[in-house]
Design a protein around this ligand. Structure first.
Ligand SMILES: [Zn+2]
Length: 325
C-alpha cells in the first residue's frame, strides 16, 4: 500500500549519492526529505575512479530496488572538491587520490538514464539542512562540517552559494592566523589546520612530544575524541589543545557570519558530536565577535539535525532543487 500511495501521490523521489574518501552512500529520498532506502559501502580508493564509480552505481541500483518506487525524477551527487558543478567533473580532491578530471555526472547520468547534478559535498549538506533540517532560516543558513577535514556551504536568500569556480564557502581554508600552522592545502593558518579531527590529534601528539604531563601520553595515537574526553576530565594539556581548536573555530565562524549574516550556523561531522563540550565553550568564545546592532543576540550555532544522512539527503535536495522546476 505504501508504495502504491507513493506512486500515485504527488510526491516525487530523488536518488542521492554521496562520494566520500572512506565511504559511499546512496539513498532514495522523497519530496519532503524522508529517506525511503539507504545503503552504504566502503570507498576502495586504491582501485581507482572507475571501480569506485561502478560501486557507487551498484549502490544506487540497490537503493532504488529497496525503495521500490517509480517516480524517481533525478539524481544528485555530493563529493569533496575541487570540482566543476556546471561541467559535472571532479578535479583531484585530496581524499580521492588519482581522480584527475573524472566526468562523474556523465557516467552516473548514463547509468541511470536520469537527469543528474553534481556539487561539492559541503554545498549539498547546506542545502539538505536548509530544505529538510530542523533549523528554520528565512534569510540564510551556514553549514560547516568538521571531521577529518573542514568544509561547508551556505544557502542565502534561497540560493546556494557556489561562486565563480564552484569554490565558494570553502570554510576550512579561511585564514585564522596568517603566521599559524601549515595546512594540508599548502597555505598557512587555515581554519582546517586547527579544527579538523586530524589537526586536533596532531596538536595532541605535539603536546605529548614536548613532555608536558598529560593523561593523553598513555595513548598510542590520541584522537580528537580522546582530547575531548581528557579535557572533560580536566587534563590541562588536553584542555589547552581543545580550547585552541575552539578559539580558531570561533574566529572562523565570526568571519563567516560577518560576511554572510545567516539566521543560523549548523555544525556537523565527527568532531561536532562532542555535544556540550563543544557547543558551550564555543558559544562563549563566539559571543561578542560579530559586528552587528547592539542588543541583538549572537547568531545561533546548532548541531546538524540530519546527522549521518546529511550527505545523501542533501544530494537528493540538490536534485529536487535542480529538476523539480
Ligand atoms: Zn588550507
Amino acid at each position: 500500500m505504501a508504495s502504491h500511495e507513493r506512486s500515485c501521490g504527488v510526491s516525487n523521489q530523488w536518488l542521492g549519492l554521496d562520494i566520500g574518501g572512506t565511504k559511499l552512500a546512496a539513498a532514495v529520498v522523497d519530496d519532503s526529505g524522508i529517506v525511503l532506502s539507504e545503503v552504504r559501502a566502503a570507498t576502495d580508493t586504491a582501485q581507482g575512479a572507475d571501480h569506485v564509480l561502478e560501486s557507487l552505481i551498484q549502490l544506487g541500483r540497490a537503493a532504488l530496488a529497496d525503495a521500490a518506487v517509480d517516480a524517481v525524477r533525478g539524481v544528485g551527487i555530493g563529493c569533496g572538491g575541487p570540482l566543476d558543478p556546471i561541467e559535472g567533473v571532479i578535479y583531484g580532491p585530496p581524499n580521492l587520490p588519482g581522480w584527475v578530471e573524472v566526468p562523474v555526472r556523465r557516467v552516473v547520468e548514463e547509468a541511470f538514464a536520469l537527469p543528474t547534478v553534481l556539487a561539492n559535498d559541503g554545498d549539498v549538506a547546506a542545502l539538505g539542512e536548509h530544505r529538510f533540517g530542523q533549523h528554520p532560516s528565512e534569510h540564510g543558513l551556514v553549514y560547516m562540517t568538521i571531521s577529518t577535514g573542514c568544509g561547508g556551504g551556505a544557502v542565502l536568500d534561497d540560493r546556494l552559494l557556489q561562486g565563480a569556480t564552484g569554490s565558494a564557502t570553502e570554510f576550512g581554508h579561511i585564514v585564522v592566523d596568517p603566521h599559524g600552522r601549515p595546512c594540508l592545502c599548502g597555505m598557512t593558518g587555515c581554519l582546517e589546520a586547527y579544527v579538523s579531527g586530524t589537526s586536533i590529534a596532531r596538536a595532541a601528539t605535539e603536546a605529548i612530544q614536548s613532555g608536558a604531563p598529560t593523561i593523553l601520553s598513555q595513548l598510542d595515537k590520541p584522537t580528537a575524541e580522546d582530547v575531548v574526553r581528557a579535557a572533560s576530565a580536566n587534563d590541562a594539556v588536553a584542555t589547552r589543545v581543545w580550547m585552541e581548536a575552539l578559539e580558531a573555530l570561533a574566529a572562523g565562524l565570526a568571519t563567516i557570519t560577518n560576511i554572510l549574516d545567516p539566521d543560523v550556523i549548523v555544525l556537523g561531522g565527527g568532531v561536532t558530536r562532542s555535544g556540550s563540550a563543544l557547543f558551550d565553550p564555543l558559544e562563549s568564545l563566539f559571543r561578542g565577535r560579530q559586528f552587528r546592532r547592539t542588543g541583538l543576540p549572537p547568531t545561533p550555532i546548532r548541531p546538524s539535525s540530519l546527522g549521518d544522512h546529511v550527505g545523501v539527503i542533501g544530494a537528493a535536495a540538490l536534485a529536487q532543487k535542480e529538476f523539480s522546476k
